[in-house]
Structures are given as C-alpha cells and as structure tokens.
Design a protein around this ligand. Structure first.
Ligand code: G6P
Length: 494
C-alpha cells in the first residue's frame, strides 16, 4: 500500500474493469452491498482505498442504480468511503452483444485457441465498439476535473478499444492494460476479422501486461504482422502513431497469506466436517478436488474421462478415492456454456452409475455457492488438487490450492497448458489434459508420492506463491509504469 501511495502521489488512479468491485442488491426492501469476492477485485480494493481514485465498471447489481450519486458514482467502501465507484450502465442489447457476444464468443475462444467457437457476428462487434466508447466516456468524464494527471489501468479483454478513445482526448494520461487471458499466435489471432482494430486500441496504452513471456512474444508478432508499427524486440516496445507502447510479462499472483489463513480457520474445519457428512465422504478416504467456473477452457470433461480411466484400471481405488468437483455456473445464456453445464452433469451421473456403490459416490459434484472458507477447506483436505485446463492464461486456483496446504500437504496435478505451469511446473505433477492414459497414470504417480516428497514439493511451491503474490504483482506493475515515465522524462530533458 505504501509503494502504491508513493507512486500515485501526483497521479489520479482510475481502474477500469468489466466486473464491479461492489454491487448493490435489494433484499426485503433494504439495499445491501455485496463485497468483492474475486481475487483480483479483492486485491485492488485496498489499493484503491489508498490511492483514493475512481473505479469504472459495469453496473450489474439490481440496486446499483438506486444508490448512485448525481454523476453515476458512489463512494465505497460503504462504511468508510475512500474512492469513487462509477458505473457504466448497459442496455440488454449491450450485455448480449458486448459481454455475451464479442467478449465471450469472439475474444475468449480466440485467445484460448478455440477458433471453432468464434462467432464473429457484426452486431456483436458493433455492441463491443459502442460499449468500449461508453467506458471511455465514463473515464474521461470522471477525470475531467482532476488536478492530477490520470493513470488509467484497464483490466482484461472486455476493454480492448477503450484506451484509444481515452488517448485521443487525453495525450497526458498514462494508460496501462493488463490482459488476463492468453494472447494467441498471429496465425490464430488473424482468425478474428477485427484484428487491426483490436491492436490499434491496445497500442494506445503506454504499457500492456501479460502473464507470460510467450504471450508478450505472440502480441509483438501480431503487431509486427498486422500493422505498420515499428517493433523493437530487445526493449519489447512498439512505436506506433507517434507513441511508444511497452509490453511486459507481469505474472499475476494471489493473496497467499489470506488463503493460508482461510485454510487454517475454524470455519474451514467446521465447514469440511459438515460437507463430508452431507456427501458421505469417509474420514479415511483419499480425496481429489477440482474448483472452477464451468468453462470449456478448464478441461473438466477431459479430467472426468481421465478419472474414469483411473478407476477402471485401478479397481483397488474404487470405494476409497473420491473426486470433489465444485463447478460455478458461468456465462449462462451462451450456447457453449449452457451445453457444457448439461454435459458435465450428465458425465458425472454416468461415471457415478458405472462405479458408485451404496456407500460410495466416486464424483461429488456441486454447483452450490461455497463460502471462501469452504473452498479453502476443500483445498486443504484434498490429497490431490487437479488443475488441468486445456488452455489458461495463468490459473489462480493452482496457486490457491498451494497456499492452502497448511497441513499434511496435498499434491498439485497441473496441466502443461496453464500459464501457471511456467512458475509451478517443476514441483507439480504435470499432465497433458487430452492424454487420458498418461493423465490416469500421473494420478497414480501422484497418489504414490511419499509423504516426505509431497512435503518437500509443497514447501517449494508455497515459497513461490508467497514470494510472487498479488502484492508483488501490484508493485511490479506500478514500478514498471514509473520506470517508463522516468525514461520519458529523461528523454524530454536530454
Ligand atoms: C476470467 C476473466 C475475468 C472474468 C472472469 C469471470 O478470469 O479473465 O475478466 O471476470 O473470468 O468471468 P465473468 O464472465 O463472470 O466475468
């Protein structure tokens, strides 16, 4: 918080994301405020409280509109207001075209290399353009009277075009963008008909951040191939339309200390006792866990197939090895997501019919909302954490699982196709999510690791997730921005 305070001293900080950090709902006639739950919003909230800036986001809560002030902003946190939350209101058509459409049926599958799912409808694109303009206008409006020059920090793929519109009005602003999902190679990226516009939007930023070096390289390749920009690979920068954009790998981390504390809490212990009883999981059983949004990138179906194979080939593990899958319904209304929800439920049922007995359910599947302590308890109690996406920018569940191994550590089984594997791959058991035979064998290997070996691996992994946590990420981001500014000033005065 101190570094952030120093760095933002003479700057007005504006964070922009699709999702809002607080949402307002109406319950029994009373307006209630929902707290930030997601890792990133929870980590940025204290930063914003220190920086006293503005957060611009889609107003999605059913009572958001009732609580805003004259300029669509409300001061948060409610009990001790420190910064402004400014909502962008979206029409139903915008939610359909910008959020469900272009963001999640074009950019999401494109960046996760699933081009067969691309739905490049013209109305999706026009809604995306229009909504990005609305976000940009809200940013411009909320910084119009500020005495300090703004630093605007865009989050993710929903907002690729907004930086250009902000830049056109504010050449003095420092614009940074963090892209939380993978960036594909040029051959894949060009499958999207609007590739030039997307790059033009992002190159209005001074800094564009990705999780890994590979995504940075892919991005520079795309810029090189698709635009007349000058790409300098040694300094990882791009000169375009009279400005320079720096491209940096800034791997996101979690609040590891908080995750460990949650895992250690009495609430976690109580929650687990209750959960075991409800689902008939015996204390002596070996448990594996998977926690994710129900998204086709997360590899839930291939994982279920690998588990099925494991039980089929290792009948001695039937009856005493249970897999708990927490699936959060996500992006419902998009055909690929609705279909996935149905298929996962059907697969679980089929596998449970095949192997289950009167007193053993192989796959315990829940789509219920679980409290944070419950998730932490699942991680802590699991002997294996199965984090096996078919493609993932980073994957913070892998890091949360590691941080929660505060006692009798479990083994992380990690897909080679997750961004996190670059940081955690050496001490995890690495699988290819589509190689069902190899995956099943690796589950067996992971289960037969000695206690000393799994302790050693867990300790190494914990050092990693604690050292490169979300605060480290924030600091690196702000320091990178400050270094770019210093470089500019020294060029100007030389
Ligand atoms: C990914 C994206 C985030 C997004 C989250 C949840 O992690 O990178 O930007 O917020 O998924 O998806 P949702 O569509 O519910 O916001």
């Amino acid at each position: 918080a101190e570094t952030v305070a120093q760095l933002c001293d003479d700057r007005e900080l504006v964070v922009v994301s699709n999702r809002e950090p607080y949402s307002h709902a109406r319950e029994d006639g009373e307006v209630s405020v929902d707290r930030p739950a997601g890792g990133l919003t929870a980590a940025l909230d204290p930063v914003m409280q220190t920086a006293e800036g503005t957060w611009v986001a889609w107003g999605d809560g059913d009572a958001d509109r009732e609580v805003v002030g004259p300029d669509d902003a409300v001061a948060v946190p409610p009990e001790d207001p420190a910064y402004d939350l400014r909502r962008v209101w979206l029409t139903d058509e915008q939610v359909e075209g910008y959020y469900r459409g272009y963001s999640n049926q074009v950019l999401w599958p494109l960046c996760h290399l699933d081009t067969a799912k691309l739905t490049p409808r013209e109305d999706f694109w026009s809604a995306y353009r229009e909504t990005n303009a609305d976000f940009a206008d809200a940013i411009l409006d909320s910084t119009a009277d500020a005495d300090r020059d703004p630093v605007v920090w865009f989050q993710d793929y929903h907002l690729a075009l907004a930086p250009r519109r902000v830049r056109e009005a504010r050449s003095d602003a420092f614009l940074a963008h963090f892209w939380h999902i993978p960036w594909p190679s040029w051959d894949v990226f060009r499958a999207c008909p609007q590739y030039e516009h997307l790059l033009d939007g992002l190159l209005a930023n001074d800094l564009v951040g990705f999780h890994t070096d590979a995504y940075c390289r892919n991005f520079l390749d795309c810029v090189d191939a698709a635009t007349d920009a000058r790409v300098d690979r040694s300094s990882r920068s791009v000169s375009y339309r009279g400005r320079r954009t720096f491209v940096r790998a800034l791997p996101l981390g979690i609040d590891a200390g908080r995750q460990a504390a949650l895992a250690e809490s009495d609430a976690a212990t109580e929650w687990w006792a209750q959960f075991r009883e409800t689902h008939g999981i015996d204390a002596s059983e070996t448990v594996a866990v998977g926690v994710e949004r129900l998204d086709y990138t997360k590899g839930i179906e291939p994982r279920l197939r690998a588990l099925e194979r494991f039980w089929a080939e290792n009948p001695e593990w039937c009856g005493n090895f249970t897999y708990v899958q927490k699936g959060t319904e996500s992006r419902s209304g998009i055909p690929a997501y609705d279909a996935l929800q149905d298929r996962v439920a059907a697969e679980v049922e089929r596998i449970n019919d095949r192997f289950g007995t009167d007193d053993w359910t192989p796959v315990v599947y829940t789509t219920d909302h679980l409290p944070e302590e419950g998730i932490a308890a699942l991680y802590r109690e699991a002997d294996l954490g199965l984090v096996t996406p078919v493609r993932d920018g980073m994957n913070l569940v892998a890091k949360e699982f590691v941080a929660a191994q505060t006692r009798d550590p479990g083994v992380l089984v990690l897909s080679e196709l997750a961004g996190a594997t670059g940081q955690l791959g050496d001490e995890a058991v690495v699988v290819h999510p589509h190689d069902a035979a190899g995956f099943a064998d690796r589950i067996g290997d992971a289960l037969s690791l000695s206690r000393a070996e799994s302790r050693r691996r867990a300790a190494d992994l914990q050092r990693e997730v604690h050292a490169e946590d979300v605060y480290d990420w924030l600091e690196s981001t702000f320091e990178t921005a400050a270094a770019i500014e210093r470089g500019r000033r020294s060029v100007r005065t030389a």
